[in-house]
Design a binder for this molecule. Structure first.
Ligand code: NAG
Length: 314
């Protein structure tokens, strides 16, 4: 613990000059998340066109901050930090050129997601609501085999997400019924197929049309039953020793179920774990990683994970 504290104190001392001046903030641990978020933003602002995944991560992070500001009065320190983050994120997105609908399905999604017809809901950390006793040892044995099973694959997920973000009140007509059926299905799904379902559920719950389609409790019940399954998968992955090949998936699971506020996913243990993968702690390591699409995806997820953790854990 002492070593860890020392490491962060040093990090903050070295890189403190890149941070906004912060007045009235508390201990050093208060700075861990802002510091990591700024590092990820620095990386994204390096110029060049943003990937679809980076753009989505920025849009979602901005949405989370605005939603928090709408429901919880910030302290002076928080207000300064949140508005500064929003400003940076907006600046990075605009600097990369805004995405247009001409860029295929992903362009259609990114030109509207979290920007129109959104429904803000009060954010909250949910303690111990998930099933802590899900069987995971047998799942761990077969995990490499089942991890690719189930719906929705990437193509289905993009099409469904496009349909969801394009819903418009007052008609709220969903183009294909298949999309909703897949979200509510209790057919087995694992890995990214499952996380796609949970992400779509989150986006749908925060769509202006959500109350027309189902009562709010339905979204929460579905989220709970899906994240119960995801927790089982995370326990299986942990029991395998959290191998490097599953890091991206593990972070995607933690990020997306963390959006619903479950503390089994959004907690300091995960913040520290993920930090240890990402931050080789020297700019050189970051450059090596920057060539790698997978590492960009991990950074995009981390941006959302840290932003959500900043809003829920402080
Ligand atoms: C995704 O799933 C659909 C429906 O099962 C299938 O038709 C399609 O080929 C799949 N796409 C990929 C890329 O696997």
């Amino acid at each position: 613990m002492l070593l860890l504290g020392l490491k962060y104190a040093l990090l903050l001392a070295i890189t403190g000059c890149f941070l906004v001046p912060i007045h009235g903030s508390g201990s050093d641990t208060d700075q861990v998340l802002p510091h990591r978020i700024y590092r990820l933003l620095d990386r994204l602002s390096g110029g060049g066109r943003l990937s679809a995944s980076s753009t989505f991560a920025l849009l979602l992070s901005q949405f989370l901050i605005k939603q928090k500001l709408r429901y919880v009065a910030p302290t002076r320190y928080e207000r300064q930090l949140y508005y500064h983050l929003l400003h940076r994120m907006e600046h990075i997105r605009r600097g990369s050129g805004l995405v247009s609908r001409e860029h295929g399905v992903q362009g259609e999604i990114l030109s509207i997601a979290f920007q129109a017809n959104v429904l803000l809901l009060p954010p909250s950390l949910k303690l111990g609501e998930l099933n802590a006793n899900g069987e995971y040892e047998q799942l761990a044995e077969v995990y490499p085999k089942v991890v690719n099973e189930g719906q929705l694959n990437r193509t289905q997920s993009d099409l469904c997400l496009r349909d969801i973000v394009e819903l418009k009140p007052p008609h709220c007509k969903l183009l294909s019924g298949e999309c909703l059926e897949l979200l509510a299905s209790d057919a087995p799904a694992y890995g990214y197929q499952r996380t796609h379902q949970v992400l779509l559920l989150y986006v749908l719950e925060h769509q202006a049309c959500a109350p027309h389609l189902s009562p709010p409790q339905v979204y929460e019940l579905l989220a709970k039953s899906q994240c119960d399954e995801v927790e089982r998968e995370q326990n299986a992955i942990r029991s395998l020793g959290l191998p490097v090949v599953y890091r991206d998936l593990y972070l995607e699971q933690a990020t997306i179920c963390g959006l619903f506020g479950y503390n089994e996913f959004v907690n300091w243990r995960n913040v520290m774990e993920i930090g240890s993968w990402l931050e080789g702690d020297s700019p050189k390591d970051m450059d090596v990683l920057a060539d790698d699409g997978d590492s960009q995806h991990i950074s995009d997820l981390a941006l959302v994970f840290y932003t959500n953790a900043l809003l829920l854990l402080h």
